[in-house]
Write a protein that binds this ligand. Structure first.
Ligand code: GLC
Length: 604
């Protein structure tokens, strides 16, 4: 029985939620225009119990096993797919079916608030087999082309939305200052000004100017703040900087992201001068929300709250009071929910903080039209992995490549040479050219998804009379007109990519030496997530290209090799001569890298 007073609220809220449409996956009437966004939010919050509010602040990993029951039991506000967490049917349609099933469960709760579903679509919809994989951000940074980065964002948003998913934990706007860091490739580059430019472009591409548009998804600027500035490049380490330097290096990207209307920000695992970012009220609230005016919500990183000191309940208290609005728990949600409930009942977390967090979350959900358009737009599903999207990715590959050496204009190569010998472990390996965060969290070598390897691109580019031979170890090069040696890194992500040594592997060096011993003119192509120590072999090569982690469209590398695209890329990182120079960054008092930031050759 609803009493008269509640009836008014209920009618207001029903109008606000446009509930009538939610049952049907297709009906999507326009939202009621009678209420402002804040009125819609406030009228819904007014109806919510404490447990429903805490539910909205809880993000669970989809693979928990009982997830549809959890959604209903705990009125969960959000789910995520961690790296590699995919439905058994890892196809665009399989994802869309899964997403719609979870939203159906959410609409069976009392207030029927839709879920927001997050995923690391950090270089394409990279968990999904068959999706287009874009160059990682380090390559996009080297394009120095904000319009292209925005277009890449639009394509990624379209592919993500085509599977129903509505939120990506991207762009990573770290400013990596020490290439020993395993996440160097996730940032655009080592300078704040490039990061400022690309952060805004990436957010606009993903969200558009009106995130309600069906092909748009919510972005997440991460990881706030200073993730790329840790001492020694230690992942989740300590960023030891005075505040002025911290602001100058690491804050500009967030200024641009907030100005572009970014819906969410993810807190960093790292610390600032010993204080964990997840517990810093100064940075998360005073700076991000008050000083920068960020109106979206802050999400923790995966079990990031657990890393705070004092035991779990104290950690939850510190994190929520610091300004974390949604907690990526993401497994033991029962403990999080009961802990936060106890903290509120003991007034250790004020209800005003809970209400602020829930308002921020609901604002984003209303702004993105989740209440009106709750289910997958299946017309978009067909576009996942399309030729048109691959064409954008190929252009991004072309523009990301940096030509670092070209003796006597050795490049571009003729397409009608008699024989080209291709060598190296990264020449014919889609997984290696995609890098981490691809199909699985860490990525892996091999034919892991649909795409074109660099070798395939070379084969497709040359004339019918040209023979292209290949060996991983460099054998068989003798007698060829030219050798193209493709070396570098195998996939890694996060802390598993931290390195104390950026020299090439002995396998790579042996391959290169074997080829050079034949006297065949050599083009070196480096496929890596960061600059590596290649001084000697670059010197011994006739030409040298940095291809970074190009993703599925390896033909873009061949386009540059054969002159179908003349290289325009410029370095977004300083290139060290040797390990004793690392870290080396533009602006250092004594700056003498092998190649400086901004360097890139062009064809004559
Ligand atoms: C990871 C990463 C973060 C990612 C999150 C969800 O630990 O630090 O970048 O978005 O967990 O996968």
């Amino acid at each position: 029985m609803i009493r008269p007073f509640h009836m008014r609220w209920f009618l207001l809220v029903t109008a606000a939620l446009g509930l009538a449409c939610a049952e049907s996956p297709t009906a999507a009437p326009e939202p009621p225009t009678a209420l402002t966004l804040d009125e819609r939010v406030d009228s819904l919050v007014a109806l919510m119990t404490l447990d429903e509010k805490i539910g909205q602040m809880t993000q669970a990993e989809r693979s928990r096993g009982s997830i549809e029951l959890d959604i209903r039991t705990y009125t969960l506000g959000s789910l995520l797919s961690g790296g590699g967490s995919a439905p058994a049917d890892n196809s665009p349609g399989g994802w869309a079916d899964m997403y719609d099933r979870y939203q159906q469960a959410a609409l069976q709760t009392r207030l029927r608030i839709p879920l927001i579903y997050g995923i690391d679509a950090v270089h394409g919809h990279n968990n999904v087999r068959g999706a287009v994989i874009m160059p990682h951000n380090i390559g996009l940074g080297c394009t120095n082309d904000a319009a292209l980065v925005e277009e890449v964002g639009r394509v990624v948003a379209r592919e993500v939305a085509g599977t129903g998913i509505d939120w990506t934990f991207a762009p990573c706007i770290a400013v990596p200052r020490d290439e020993r860091w395993g996440r160097t490739y996730e940032g655009f580059g080592e300078t704040p000004d490039l990061t400022w430019t690309m952060a805004g472009a990436a957010v606009r591409g993903l969200q558009g100017t009106d995130v309600r548009g069906g092909e748009r998804i919510v972005a997440c600027a991460k990881h706030f703040l200073g993730d790329g500035g840790t001492t020694g490049g230690d992942d989740q380490g300590n960023t030891q900087l005075d505040e002025l330097t911290m602001r100058g290096l690491h804050l500009p990207g967030y200024l641009a992201a907030v100005q572009a209307g970014v819906g969410t920000v993810m807190a960093s695992y790292s610390s600032w001068n010993g204080q964990k970012m997840h517990g810093s009220r100064y940075w998360l609230t005073d700076v991000l929300k008050v000083e920068l005016g960020f109106k979206g919500f802050v999400v923790s990183d995966w079990q990031g709250v657990d890393q705070l000191p004092g035991g779990y309940e104290a950690a939850v208290e510190t994190a929520i009071n610091a300004g974390i609005d949604m907690v990526m728990v993401p497994i033991n949600i029962e403990l999080f929910i009961s802990s936060l409930r106890r903290l509120v009942n003991a007034n250790r977390v004020p209800m005003s903080r809970i209400d602020d967090a829930v308002r921020r979350i609901l604002r984003v959900k209303f702004q993105m039209g989740l209440f009106e358009r709750t289910f997958t737009d299946r017309a978009l599903t067909l576009a996942v992995g399309s030729a048109a999207h691959r064409a954008v990715a190929r252009q991004a590959v072309r523009k990301s490549i940096v030509l670092l050496k070209n003796d006597s204009s050795f490049l571009p190569l003729s397409k009608s040479l008699t024989r080209i010998h291709v060598a190296g472990k990264n020449a014919d390996d889609l997984g290696n050219q995609c890098g981490g965060w691809t199909i699985t969290w860490q990525g892996q070598s091999g034919a892991i998804t649909t795409g074109t390897t660099i070798l395939q691109g070379i084969r497709d580019a040359v004339s019918a009379n040209t023979s292209v031979t290949y060996s991983r170890d460099g054998s068989g090069a003798a007698g060829a007109d030219v050798a193209i040696v493709v070396l570098g890194e195998t996939p890694y992500a996060e802390m598993l990519g931290d390195r104390s040594d950026l020299n090439l592997t002995s396998e790579d060096l042996t391959t290169f030496t074997r080829v050079r011993a034949t006297g065949v003119p050599t083009v070196l192509v480096l496929v890596s997530g960061r600059p590596m120590i290649v001084t000697d072999i670059a010197y011994a090569s006739n030409a040298f290209l940095a291809a970074w982690l190009p993703g599925t469209e390896g033909a873009g590398v061949a386009d540059v090799l054969f002159g179908d695209y003349h290289p325009t890329g410029i370095l977004s990182h300083s290139w060290p001569r040797a390990m004793n120079q690392v870290p080396v960054n533009v602006g250092d008092p004594y700056y003498d890298p092998l190649f400086p930031v901004g360097f890139g050759l062009h064809y004559e």
